[in-house]
Design a binder for this molecule. Structure first.
Ligand code: E4P
Length: 189
């Protein structure tokens, strides 16, 4: 399973990348706004910076909701870097946009998916990724347990903030065992 980090925060992306397990990044307009990214040039520059930090797919979402607007933005986003995947909302206009972008070999991630029908339409239209928002359907994938559930369900990718990824490493027996090893290591020095 691939691990993507769901944030536009460069220091969180760097921290996840430095763990050596990061496969990509997903963002959305809310995450970009949280980082105070404002204006056309700043948006493209920010995505370029993310692509230079992580060697993997970087999902960048369109802001428009009409077909022409989404296609124009998608072409511009895709020109930023070869790893950009254009995130498109799961609407009728979005499905048309995914179909059209797929024909032009522009990779897409269909976002705001909440049921199987939406997922199948997005896949049929040619989306590279279909993103069900598990965190909004059930408690939250922000919790480490949900990442494990996704692994067990056979998801190809999980995307979530840094905290639940780090949470995968937490186990009381690991902590307890390490404390004992550290204690015994002192006897050997
Ligand atoms: C995924 O690609 C989205 O950016 C993200 O999962 C939205 O998650 P939220 O429900 O935590 O806002």
């Amino acid at each position: 399973m691939k691990f993507f980090i769901d944030t536009a925060n460069l220091s969180q992306i760097r921290e996840a990348r430095d763990l050596g397990i990061l496969d990509g990044v997903t963002t959305n307009p809310s995450l970009m706004a949280r980082e105070n990214i404002r204006g056309h040039d700043a948006i493209l520059t920010h995505y370029r910076q993310i692509c230079e930090m992580v060697d993997g797919d970087v999902s960048a979402e369109v802001l428009a909701t009409d077909l022409d607007g989404m296609l124009t933005e998608a072409a511009e986003l895709a020109s930023v870097h070869k790893n950009i995947v254009v995130k498109i909302p799961c609407t009728a206009e979005g499905i048309k946009a995914i179909r059209s972008l797929s024909a032009k070999n522009i990779a897409t991630n269909c976002t705001l998916v909440f049921n199987t029908g939406q997922a199948v339409l997005a896949a049929k239209a040619g989306a590279r990724y279909v993103s069900p928002f598990v965190g909004r359907l059930d408690a939250s994938i922000r919790h480490t347990r949900h990442i494990i559930d996704c692994m067990e369900a056979g998801a190809h990718v999980v995307t979530c903030p840094l905290k639940p990824i780090l949470g995968l490493l937490d186990h009381p027996l690991t902590e307890k065992g390490l404390a004992k090893f550290v204690e015994d290591a002192r006897k050997m020095i």
